[in-house]
Design a protein around this ligand. Structure first.
Ligand code: G6P
Length: 366
């Protein structure tokens, strides 16, 4: 075990640090610089079939579902195809309409999650077109889907998923790029995405280099028993995944909210005992996010700003400053900072990192 851990204290820490390499593997041989697109041979869909897709529905559980939300956003933005994600565990019980021109995507690290597998089986029974975005080749979901995109994240041992989530988002990005490039996505925008995906391992490395700083912030908030994670649009799934990581390994009650929803209820919970981790991108919503920070501060809520922007002084108690690389891919970079935050908070509290109580790496029962 010591050998496999290679000097890391646990698998979660090791897997967090493996992410630049994992992303490199995910994009290897799949980025086409000449035509500014992605090559995904395992999809078995030609350009005509890709163009026939009128909507996309991503199905997954837990962190895979949140990665699916990041993915649906990327697909809708780049391919202009309506796309959303839904927990696979709910899907079959609500008698969903199965659209013949939709593409269904089952996303799973293990490929063995019962709820996701059952959603795939229900889809196939009803004639739906379903592909897999899966880490484990030969797994039940990979076999049932018979086409898709493998994550190439390598084995993931820690129950709290890190590198698999990141590679899911990267695989969705390549899928969104491909779907976009057979439609209206321009060569130049496609080229920008190819370059950003190629540079992503380096961006992730820059976040990992901030580990001491992030650990310091986590330590200063080790008193917290509850926390909000706040994000907007692109950063909403990142906030959800950040809250999930914290819950899983620290047992701190963490809840994610869309920034604009705070005023419709949750603001009532803000006081000195409710810190908020607020994700603030350097984008066209910066002014809105600054007003979110002001609303929280005005109610005495401690604020940790995770941001790619230069924020005015006094808006946050702690600032974790992240690199800015690509508007749609930056949420992936933010999730890595939140992994480190959750990890160091849990380590500080002396929690069992790789095997949190009550959880299993792969849930093969309903
Ligand atoms: C379990 C794990 C989660 C994981 C989820 C989906 O609940 O504890 O960390 O996100 O299953 O797993 P999958 O293998 O389908 O990605």
């Amino acid at each position: 075990e010591d050998y496999q851990l290679g000097g890391f204290a646990n698998y979660m820490h090791k897997e967090i640090h493996e992410q630049p390499e994992a992303v490199r593997r995910a994009v290897l041989g799949r980025l086409d610089e000449r035509f500014s697109t992605a090559r995904l041979g395992g999809l078995h869909l030609d350009a005509r079939e890709l163009r026939s897709i009128q909507s996309v529905k991503v199905l997954g559980c837990g962190s895979a579902y949140y990665a699916g939300e990041i993915g649906a956003n990327l697909i809708e933005e780049w391919a202009r195809i309506p796309a959303d994600a839904e927990p696979a565990s709910e899907f079959r019980y609500r008698n969903p309409v199965i659209a013949p021109d939709a593409l269904y995507i089952a996303v799973s690290q293990s490929g063995e999650t019962k709820d996701t597998l059952a959603a795939v089986q229900e889809l196939k029974r009803k004639g739906g077109r379903v592909i897999g975005v899966v880490n484990a080749p030969g797994s039940a979901i990979a076999r049932e889907c018979d086409s898709g995109v493998f994550l190439h994240a390598g084995p993931e041992v820690s129950v709290a998923s890190t590198k698999a989530v990141t590679n899911m988002a990267v695989c969705f990005a390549m899928l969104g790029l491909l779907l976009g490039r057979v439609r209206d996505l321009s060569v130049s925008r496609g080229g920008g995405i190819v370059s950003a995906l190629d540079a992503l391992p380096q961006r992730i490395g820059e976040v990992l280099a901030l580990e001491d700083r992030i650990a310091g912030v986590a330590e200063r908030f080790s008193w917290a028993v509850r926390m909000f994670f706040v994000g907007r649009v692109w950063y909403w799934p990142a906030a959800r995944e950040g809250a999930q990581k914290l819950k899983e390994i620290s047992y701190i009650h963490a809840e994610a909210y869309q920034a604009a929803e705070l005023k419709h209820g949750p603001l009532a919970l803000i006081d000195g005992g409710m810190p908020s981790v607020v994700l603030v991108a350097d984008d066209e919503l910066l002014a809105k996010n600054i007003s979110t920070l002001e609303q929280i501060k005005a109610r005495g809520g401690p604020v940790i700003a995770v941001t790619s922007a230069d924020l005015p002084d006094g808006l946050a108690d702690e600032v974790i400053r992240l690199p800015r690389s690509h508007p749609e891919l930056d949420p992936i970079v933010f999730t890595i900072a939140l992994q480190l935050f959750a990890y160091h908070l849990a380590v500080g509290l002396g929690k069992e990192i790789d095997k949190p109580r009550n959880l299993a790496k792969s849930v093969t029962v309903e």
